[in-house]
Design a protein around this ligand. Structure first.
Ligand code: FES
Length: 162
């Protein structure tokens, strides 16, 4: 199993370069955060003090902005994001069981990422295809009419604890 990616000295140097290219204006914070996330897949916490210094803010202010936006992450994410629908239509057709089975297959909980950084598990309110309930989305691909067998097939290449 691959170890989660750790931030190296050269990563920190690269983050320093990205930060130094910015104007230092406070309005530049969101583009800066997005740029770092695009490059690293998340915003390494080590980058926050560098950004704060450049933007003349407290690190807590940068952290506050990151916390506000649900699309910004300070932890590594999986290559594939699995979204299990918790909407009403999916719920009444077994969505809770589907979520339980996906958790078992991936051996992670909601909001968590597998140690090999393959999958991140999330839940969503409704993905807009209620007629196919219960649904899950894996890497932006909708899988409808989910049942225990389909969940197993979807992740069958994956062995818990591999
Ligand atoms: S409730 Fe699940 S897709 Fe709408």
């Amino acid at each position: 199993m691959d170890e989660p990616r750790t931030i190296t000295e050269s990563d920190l140097a690269r983050i320093g370069e990205i930060v130094s290219e910015q104007s230092g204006q406070k309005w530049a914070m969101i583009p800066l955060l997005q740029r770092i996330q695009d490059e690293f897949g998340y915003i390494p916490p080590q980058s926050i003090p560098l950004m704060a210094r450049k933007l003349r803010l407290f690190p807590s202010q940068v952290q506050g902005v990151i916390s506000f936006y649900t699309q910004l992450y300070t932890e590594p994410r999986g290559k594939k994001v699995v979204r299990v629908c918790r909407g009403t239509a999916c719920h009444v057709r077994g969505g809770k069981t589907v979520l339980k089975l996906v958790k078992q297959q991936l051996d992670i909980g909601e909001g968590e990422t597998t140690p090999d950084l393959e999958y991140t598990l999330e839940t969503v309110a409704c993905i807009g295809v209620c007629a196919l309930a219960p649904n899950i989305v894996v890497a932006d691909h909708v899988h409808g009419h989910m049942n225990p067998k389909k969940v197993e097939l979807l992740f069958k290449h994956r062995e818990v604890g591999e």
